[in-house]
Ligand binder design. Sequence first.
Ligand code: PEP
Length: 261
Amino acid sequence: MTNNRRPLISGNWKMNLNHFEALKMVQELSYEVTRDDVDALDISIHPPFTDLRTVQTTLDSDKIPFFLGAQHCHSEKSGAFTGEVSPAMLAKLGVRYVIAGHSERREIFGESDELINAKVRAILAHDMTPILCVGETLEERQAGEAEAKVQAQLKAGLARVKAEQVAELVIAYEPIWAIGTGQTASAEDAQTMCAVVRSVVADKSGSDAAEAVRVQYGGSVKPTNAAELMSQPDIDGALVGGASLEASSFARIVQYRLHDL
Ligand code: PEP
């Protein structure tokens, strides 16, 4: 079954690469990615905050058609929030996609569903697109609670977001046990959970929003498994961590459609 959703492959660099390394990475990536690739899909890169300006000027001056992304932001526009970066600041830099609720932010920095929802709404209010991450732990999966966990995270994360905004969002299903572990969900399990994500969106925001929303899979995506994951009907992209830190491996993921299944 075909759909009109444009795939989005996103590279989350996490706390890696300084601004010199970022410049080199973006240039290497631009040599590897072809016109056909950018015609076929969207590519976003999410460097650390300190690299954003360098990456933005490189994308602009070299006319590289990647979208600039950020890894998180605060929910307020400005104020006494030492160390934080506001959505308004990111928007001014030309950031298009902002990750919200990555499991590392939830687990290491204690971000709650309520805070993540505030961030999602703030990102939208600044005309950027949130990539809202959801996913279960290994214990939750083993206890048969994966669907319930993801449903609850989505309901909270999408609270007070209008249906037409939900349609524009990206939701990343990222099982926590698969992030950075080399252990990928099977394409079948990833599809099942991405379909659950779409059905929660349908219940909350209607069938048009569910048909339009892009759902990424994340968790040890590599050049060798990207094609099979991307062939699933409810998977519209990938959120890639480790494999986005090497230009050739990220480019091969972007080029998943050239690989045999
Ligand atoms: C991530 O950072 O969201 C991620 C999925 O990481 P990795 O690809 O390294 O598992």
